[in-house]
Design a protein around this ligand. Structure first.
Ligand code: SF4
Length: 926
């Protein structure tokens, strides 16, 4: 038996950057636990992190992973299957195509679209390949969709892209101002720290500003339900009140900043009444928020995509930082504007300048001196000065033919980019699309002419940087699977081939290890704001994760920045930006009256290429939906679960409607994760609908070029699709993802279709479809056959006149698979019977009766709230019914009896919500 190994790494999901210990036998991951010594999480993990080992299970990996290079014969571009090739064949082909295209059309005819999931070393070599060897700045990343407004906001105000606070400040703050962030879902372990800090310091106040009453907002001392996109007005209004009530720090402003006089004139117009009207909040709440923020000894802001994903994202970031500067809430314990990073290594990417407008070590492409410094470091003549194309611009340039070769690494733009119509036209138009990824199941892989298999979490080694500027060295627990290579290895093997074709006398890529790459990156930071010349791989391994800056000779990294009031600007002063409120890029109107927003679900991550392989992670939100206010649904005669057309000016997607008590009338919300891998349909012209980002807007911020993913004008109309079809069943673990992939083409045969997973110990697949007419029996039979609903052992019921049909497969006295067509109203109990493995022998005719009637004594469990211990709404409700005491006592009682909320804690805010609702309803009944 192989020895159990423990390997230190980080969770590969969000920017909290939790440390994990991977347990493996060297061939497969056996378990994962939080690293008790990692300063980001001290051993805790959320639902996503604690199920990482399940995503690495060999049966899933075999189905989903790209394991060898594949190439489509050129004559078949845009069609035909890819064939397995050798690494040399694929890289030789690519190098020749690059050389020819660059010779004919210049270096800007190629582009790289990379990812905040890459490690710093991977990022570094991609950047050097584009800017150093090829001579194009067309290298951008999915961090553009995530953090670029935070970057621009920091740079315009504080002079450098450096979050000045640290996680410890959450414990030291008196007031925490959370804005544009559902921290409880998006950064759960930080939220756990905030919960603990509030318990330790009951005087601490939490203010949340968000258009939705999220779990985070629900727990705030003061909630400001601002209208989407009105953040700048809010911050200017708070500053106006701080000015009026003399809560600003004139000494600090005088000593450490510039530009306040101009801003002061602007914010004069942001009177409380005016701002309350713009933001749609109560004036007294605005005043209360400003007073809390301005009077506190330490105010800390936590913010994320609600500020960043906006056509005025830079101004939103800058306006919030203005507020901190004016009140001197920066550079001291428990204070500062702290942008929470979305992806695990968006920070590392920013450090190496892996974006179209940046250069290594926080240098600016627009700065000739910076370009010269980087050229010297790399030993090249120059770095091109022409700005590269940013994410949306890059795909637009591919669509127009300006960029002919697109290399996509570690990201899935056919799911995550806004305006999917544009993205897909671009991917079809490109002369060559290269997709370098660990997963071959992502939607973008469908467009790949060359598919390059890359290593993934638990196989990679290098470094990442989290939201608080902390660098962690991660090590590989497993060998590379199949023929997969590390991302950095793929780049340097390609680069050397291209160098040979370009007749370069020496290589720019002499590295044999990630450490050699990292050491070059380290040298590039010398004297810069993020100087890490005092760090080494050895220090990171021996002393654990460290924060930057950590210059040569330093005894340690810096916890928080600007404690001396000196900023990395030309004169050492921070700069107030004169921020004025701009309405959203696409306001609602009579035709498109809904303010549509997108965001994270609790248990899923980005495009779900990883979390979407784990059935258990679907339990909390089992299927895609558009969430609306109950009043809007009533007014439109839409009931819970009814299908609706959600339509924007760019596209349409049919979805089930769900009432959300977190929504104001006129608002709608869709989880950002639902791409065409999980929800689709025929689409307008039969070309397929492409999930949530068929609807979103490609409008970009003028400074950060970040697209406005958080707001689009939409209309929502009930979909009249009377015919329904549903099939679900247990599937062999080794066939789950293959089944899901094989069902994808079928989704486009129906007006609406979704395909999701369910289950826990066993894995089930659920395929749902709806249309305005009954589908051809042959089509249904093909789908049913994939669930083994064929042959004599299948129980059948057909009512051709009414269009109703049932297929039931029973194995060992329990349901194994079910198909319902026409009347699908028995789904609720049949699915629960299947999931619970209940015996069905005694049910007799009920199994085939076309009605919703459930067996006697059946009780629905409802949604799973606690994923760790599989605790449902029904069980929580039943347990609460017999409980007395206040909210805290009920929570403790639930935790004691059901264990819910006692492991990762992700469900605690929802448990509190349920307790609160139950108390209210008991009071009302009394
Ligand atoms: Fe991973 Fe959760 Fe930690 Fe984020 S908070 S890094 S998703 S374990």
């Amino acid at each position: 038996m192989s020895e159990l190994r423990q390997t230190r790494a980080t969770c590969c999901y969000c920017g909290v950057g939790c440390g994990v210990i991977i347990e493996s036998d060297g061939r497969q991951v056996l378990g994962v636990k939080g690293d008790p010594d990692h300063p980001a999480n001290f051993g805790r993990l959320c639902t996503k992190g604690s199920t990482l080992h399940l995503t690495a299970s060999p049966v899933l990996q075999q189905q989903a992973r790209a394991l060898y290079p594949e190439m489509r014969a050129e004559r078949n571009k845009g069609g035909g299957a890819r064939e397995r090739v050798t690494w040399d064949a694929s890289l030789d082909y690519m190098a020749q195509k690059f050389a020819d295209t660059i010779a004919r059309h210049g270096p800007d005819s190629v582009g790289f679209y990379i990812s905040g999931q890459l490690l710093t070393e991977d990022y570094y070599v991609f950047n050097k390949l584009a800017k150093g060897l090829i001579g194009t700045n067309n290298v951008d990343t999915n961090s553009r969709l995530c953090m670029s407004s935070a970057v621009a906001g920091y740079k315009q105000t504080l002079g450098a892209d450096a979050p000045p606070a640290c996680y410890e400040d959450i414990e030291l703050a008196e007031v925490v101002f959370i804005v544009g962030s559902n921290t409880a879902y998006a950064h759960p372990i930080l939220y756990r720290r905030l919960e603990a800090a509030r318990r330790a310091n009951p005087q601490m106040k939490v203010i949340v500003a968000d258009p939705r009453k999220t779990d985070t907002a629900r727990e705030a001392d003061l909630f400001l339900p601002i209208l989407p996109g009105t953040d700048v007005a809010l911050f200017n209004g708070m500053l106006h009140i701080c000015l009026w009530e003399e809560l600003i720090d004139t000494v600090y402003i005088e000593a450490h900043t510039e530009g306040f006089a101009e801003l002061r004139k602007t914010v004069r117009d942001y009177t409380p009444a005016h701002v309350a009207e713009i933001c749609g909040i109560r004036e007294q709440d605005l005043v209360a928020a400003a007073r809390l923020f301005g009077q506190s000894k330490a105010s800390l802001s936590l913010y994320c995509q609600g500020l960043n994903q906006s056509a005025s994202g830079t101004m939103k970031n800058a306006a919030l930082i203005n507020l901190h500067l004016a009140t001197a809430q920066i550079g001291k314990s428990g204070a500062g504007p702290f942008s929470l990073t979305g992806q695990p290594n968006a920070m590392g990417g920013r450090e190496v300048g892996g974006m179209a407008n940046l250069l290594s070590a926080h240098r600016d492409l627009a700065n000739a001196d910076h370009r010269a410094e980087v050229a010297t470091l790399w030993g090249i003549e120059d770095v091109p000065g022409k700005p590269g194309k940013t994410a949306v611009e890059m795909f637009e340039a591919v669509r127009t033919g300006e960029i002919k070769i697109l290399w996509i690494a570690c990201t899935n733009p056919a799911q995550s980019m806004p305006d999917q119509k544009l993205i897909r036209e671009a991917l079809k138009k490109a002369e060559l699309v290269i997709v370098q990824d660990a997963y071959k199941t992502i939607a973008s892989a469908d467009y790949a002419d060359v598919l390059l298999p890359a290593t993934s979490w638990s196989e990679k080694e290098g470094t990442v940087t989290n939201s608080e500027r902390r660098i962690t060295r991660i090590k590989a627990a497993l060998d590379k699977p199949g023929e997969a290579l590390h991302d950095w290895e793929i780049v340097i093997r390609f680069a050397r081939k291209l160098e040979a074709l370009l007749d370069r006398p020496r290589t720019l890529f002499p590295y044999a290890t990630t450490e050699e790459i990292w050491n070059e990156h380290r040298e590039s930071t010398r004297g810069r704001d993020l100087d890490i010349t005092g760090l080494s791989y050895r220090i990171l391994e021996e002393q654990g994760p460290q924060q930057w800056p950590y210059p040569q000779g330093a005894a340690g990294g810096k916890k928080r920045l600007y404690e001396d009031g000196v900023f990395p600007t030309s004169n050492g002063r921070a700069k107030f930006v004169n921020t004025a409120y701009q309405p959203v890029a696409e306001p609602v109107d009579a035709r498109y009256p809904f303010r549509l927003s997108t965001g994270r679900l609790r248990d899923q991550w980005h495009g779900m290429s990883r979390t979407g392989t784990v059935a258990q992670l679907f339990a909390h939100q089992s299927e895609p939906a558009v969430v609306m206010a109950a009043q809007d649904m009533e007014r439109r005669f839409i009931k819970e679960g009814d299908l609706v057309h959600v339509t924007s000016r760019r596209g349409s997607q049919i979805l089930p409607a769900a009432a959300g008590d977190d929504m104001r009338p006129g608002q709608a919300f869709i989880g950002m994760h639902w791409g065409e891998e999980y929800v689709s349909g025929r689409g307008r012209e039969g070309e397929g609908s492409h999930g949530v980002n068929a609807l979103t807007l490609p409008a970009i911020d003028p400074y950060s070029k970040q697209p406005e993913l958080k707001h689009a004008a939409a209309k929502i109309l009930k979909a009249e699709l009377p015919w329904r079809f549903l099939v679900f069943g247990w599937v062999e673990p080794s066939a789950v993802l293959a089944l899901q992939a094989s069902l994808r083409p079928y989704m486009r045969h129906f007006a609406y279709a979704s395909c999701t997973l369910f289950g826990r110990e066993q894995v089930g697949v659920l395929f749902r479809a709806a249309d305005d007419y009954a589908a051809a029996p042959q089509l249904l039979a093909e789908i049913e056959a994939k669930f083994h609903l064929v042959g004599a052992e299948v129980l059948r019921y057909d009512d051709k006149k009414r269009g109703n049909a049932r297929r039931i497969l029973v194995k060992d006295g329990k349901l194994a698979a079910v198909a319902l067509a026409g009347d699908t109203s028995a789904e609720h109990w049949l699915k629960q019977y299947l999931e619970e493995g209940q015996a069905v022998a005694a049910l007799g005719r009920l199994l085939l009766m076309p009605s919703s009637q459930a067996p006697q004594g059946f009780k629905s469990r409802g949604k799973i709230v606690c994923n760790c211990f599989n605790v449902s709404e029904g069980e929580i409700g039943d347990t609460l019914a017999g409980m007395a005491g206040d909210g805290d006592a009920c929570l403790a009682g639930l935790q004691d009896k059901l264990k819910c909320g006692t492991n990762c804690g992700s469900c605690v805010p929802e448990l509190k919500k349920i307790i609160f609702a139950q108390k209210i309803s008991i009071k009302a009944a009394a």
